[in-house]
Design a binder for this molecule. Structure first.
Ligand SMILES: [Zn+2]
Length: 216
């Protein structure tokens, strides 16, 4: 019994590790093969109601969110006011510093991941990439960045989601196969026809007691 619970724990950990690997692969795969572009026109913007503030554009698509923002000490732009669209992980969810506003600091933040966002990176006004790894084998006009900063709770949710999918893919066909064998009166482990023995005469697997007794 103790070794059985240990087996279950080992399997859960193994599937969670595999789930985390798939989760990271999906987020980085999106960043490499389906990158968000930096071409942003500030049309659905958040109006700065206090100064300094961020002039923000948020662009969402499946698996990615891009935040493009300029710190402004004076600017007030036209557009719908919707602060709810600004992600909690974005620098623009807090007020910019006076210095950022005076320097018109601009930032681009990109998050990737599916079904939830998993990682994000930030590209700052001085072209420094925070939590982002520039992938060198793309041209400099098409720079692609691997985001490295994990997002909570998206990382955990995706990891559990992919672990569950992998576990289903792994266990369901085995369960179905065993079910079909039992229905056909065969050993669930090896499909050998079952007689009156409590164990399979072919592979030695223990058979369910009520089942072989019914047949004998
Ligand atoms: Zn058998």
């Amino acid at each position: 019994m103790k070794s059985r619970s240990r087996t279950i724990i080992t399997r859960v950990i193994a599937f969670l590790l595999l789930g985390a690997i798939v989760n990271i692969a999906v987020a980085w795969g999106l960043a490499i093969f389906a990158p968000m572009r930096y071409t942003v026109s500030h049309c659905g913007v958040f109006i700065p109601t206090t100064v300094p503030n961020w002039d923000v554009a948020v662009i969402s698509r499946t698996g990615a969110v891009l935040v493009d923002a300029n710190a402004s000490a004076t600017m007030a732009r036209n557009g719908p006011v919707d602060p709810k669209r600004i992600p909690h992980w974005s620098m623009t969810s807090t007020v910019p510093s006076e210095l950022d506003a005076q320097q018109d600091r601009s930032i681009q933040e990109i998050a990737y991941g599916w079904p939830q966002l998993t990682f994000f990176s930030r590209n700052s006004w001085n072209r420094r990439h925070e939590w982002g790894l520039v992938i060198p084998w793309f041209s400099k006009y098409d720079s692609r960045i691997l985001p490295l900063r994990p997002l909570w709770p998206g990382f955990a949710i995706n990891t559990i989601f992919y672990a569950a999918v992998l576990a289903l893919v792994f266990f369901v066909p085995r369960k179905v196969r065993r079910f079909v064998r039992v229905r056909r009166g065969r050993c669930p482990a090896c499909a050998y026809p079952v007689g009156s023995s409590p164990v399979c005469t072919e592979c030695g697997a223990a058979l369910p007691a009520r089942w072989y007794m019914k047949r004998s």
